[in-house]
Design a protein around this ligand. Structure first.
Ligand code: HEM
Length: 535
């Protein structure tokens, strides 16, 4: 009944939106809008429920049901993707997959809160370890927790503007993480050990945070896309692009230039994701229709887009220095699988007496690599083990529309048998191998980041997202390398055009060598860092 009512509300809002919004003319935009409203109505029905199970350590806050949402989505053919980001629309969610905005928000993030939230805005301005004028902020002085006491408990129940909701969610998650992790940061800077975080989130923070999280269908804790990285940039010159040099952070924790480099590098990479989405959809369509020429062309474009993204990623080394990472990392830890900081989770005062546990902010919640994993059917080639279960869990920590889209790509690739279709033709196989190699390139560089930015500086066994630091990333990288070996071994080299022959030769040899090195590295690091089988 509730669902029917919400559906009726959704279609009424759809009519109003279509009437008022001249930008919504394209069929894809209309389909996406209709879909979003159905999803919104569906989500409202779901996210308000709380799970009763707590003793097992499962989060009390219940996550959404992808399958329910998919049932709704079947009414439109394929997955509705925004061709126009509808930047003037403040009703549909800020995060909706599009061929222009990709996985970035439809509108640039709201930079400053309206006057009625001035106490929250001022608190955030004074929060960072180092303020823009070089002086010490509240976190450096250990005064943030105390300062939170004077924050009014705003009532957010009437807020409906999606842009404002996104900004409030971002800002409350920043306050929450700073509040909970301030003691850990102080302790880490003094002793090199994190110690206990705060275990109770006061109600003037917890209640509005949960209100806004419910409204946008998110977990009430900092997320990669919805707050820390993809909703945290501003263009210096509004007429210029999303490029390094034209982007600043909205909310820093530390104010260190390396923190800005770390976050903004994610944004500049994701700025290419629209192109990736477009060609992923074309590849799926081509495989479904057995259209070899379109398949080769669109999958080649997927490869060249990942190349751009990987080149952008490589600039991380100079934009954010390995020696600086641990200076700002403390604030992005989660409360799940963090036995040292949050052994009993966190109680949200005024919301529930049961503790909640959430994974911390992590690039694992970015959607570009999961989309590639699903398109190339790598996800289903992952071993069936607890580490792969963590990968699945990470996929619930992102905007609903991204999660649904990833599910769609996974289902569609399986239905169209993307890998088999590629393997039926030697030259398509070579392009498929090149696409998997881009995912290898990403994961291999990423594994180097993890060794250089983290493992060299701390023996803390768990990453910010709550995964075991030595074993989790190699679980996926090893799958990629194994897939390359499997595919490479089946290619009939005599059928390849000369450039593909050279390519296949290089890619398969490199995959063999890297697989051997990775095994050795993991075995050695397991001796240095404990608890690597705990997930
Ligand atoms: C200094 C740079 C970086 C470091 C030290 C780093 C560290 C990590 C760690 C430790 C994880 C494990 C998950 C967890 O948090 O529990 C992770 C996962 C991940 N990160 Fe990063 N990261 C960096 C940059 C990036 C960038 C720029 C991206 C781009 C979007 C990214 C995307 C990912 C992805 C996709 C995963 C999941 C990996 C997989 O599926 O195998 N990371 N990151």
């Amino acid at each position: 009944m509730l669902r029917q009512t919400l559906s009726r509300q959704a279609s009424a809002s759809l009519k109003t939106l279509l009437k008022n919004s001249p930008a919504n003319k394209s069929p894809a935009a209309l389909a996406a809008l209709a879909h979003s409203l159905r999803v919104q109505s569906q989500n409202h029905a779901i996210v308000r429920e709380y799970s009763s199970s707590t003793s097992s350590g499962t989060p009390k806050y219940r996550s959404f049901h992808t399958s329910d949402i998919n049932m709704q989505a079947r009414e439109v053919p394929g997955f509705p993707i925004l061709e126009d980001p509808l930047i003037n629309n403040h009703s549909i969610p800020s995060f909706m997959v599009g061929t222009q905005n990709g996985f970035l928000p439809r509108q640039d993030p709201l930079e400053k809160l309206p006057e009625e939230y001035k106490e929250l805005e001022e608190l955030l301005q004074k929060m960072p370890l180092t303020l823009p004028d070089g002086s010490k902020g509240l976190l450096a002085l250990g005064q943030f927790g105390e300062a939170c006491k004077s924050l009014p408990q705003y009532d957010l129940s009437k807020v409906e503007d999606s842009e404002l909701l996104s900004a409030l969610y971002r800002d409350y998650t920043f306050v929450t993480s700073a509040y909970l992790l301030e003691p850990c940061d102080l302790s880490y800077r003094k002793t090199g050990h994190y110690g206990l975080g705060r275990s109770v989130l006061p109600k003037n923070i917890a209640v509005p945070l949960v209100q806004v999280a419910e409204k946008i269908g998110a977990k009430p804790f900092m997320e990669y896309a919805l707050s820390y990285a993809l909703y945290n940039y501003r263009r210096v010159d509004k007429s210029k692009g999303l490029v390094w040099g034209n982007l600043e952070l909205i909310r820093p924790f530390s104010g260190d230039p390396s923190e800005k480099g770390f976050i903004i590098s994610h944004v500049t990479m994701v700025s290419h994701s629209g192109e990736l989405v477009k060609n992923t959809m074309k590849t799926l369509e081509a495989a479904g229709k057995h259209n070899r020429a379109l398949f080769n062309d669109s999958l080649s474009k997927v490869v060249s887009t990942y190349e751009k993204i990987n080149m952008e990623m490589d600039t991380m080394w100079e934009r954010s220095l390995p020696a600086d990472y641990l200076k700002f990392r403390t604030f992005i830890y989660g409360t799940k699988n963090q036995a040292i900081m949050f052994p009993k989770g966190v109680i949200y005062e005024g919301v529930s007496d049961e503790p909640m546990f959430h994974r911390g902010e992590s690039g694992a919640n970015d959607s570009m690599v999961p989309m590639g994993d699903n398109l190339l059917q790598l996800t289903e080639n992952m071993p069936s083990n607890p580490l792969t279960a963590v990968l699945r869990d990470f996929r619930t920590y992102r905007p609903h529309n991204h999660a649904e889209f990833l599910q769609y790509v996974e289902d569609k690739a399986r239905e169209s048998q993307v890998r088999n279709f590629a393997e039926m033709d030697a030259n398509s196989s070579a392009i498929y191998l090149a696409a998997v190699d881009q995912i290898r390139n990403f994961r291999n560089r990423h594994w180097s980041f993890t060794k250089e930015y983290i493992i060299k500086h701390t023996k803390h066994p768990v990453a910010t997202g709550g995964s075991p630091i030595v074993t989790w990333l190699p679980n996926q990288l090893a799958t990629v390398l194994r897939t390359m070996q499997e595919v490479g071994a089946k290619i009939d080299m005599a059928q390849l055009v000369p450039e593909n022959k050279a390519l296949v030769d290089v890619l398969t040899k490199r995959a063999d060598a890297q697989a051997r090195i990775l095994d050795r590295e993991v075995a050695d690091l397991r001796k240095e860092i404990k608890d690597q089988d705990k997930v």
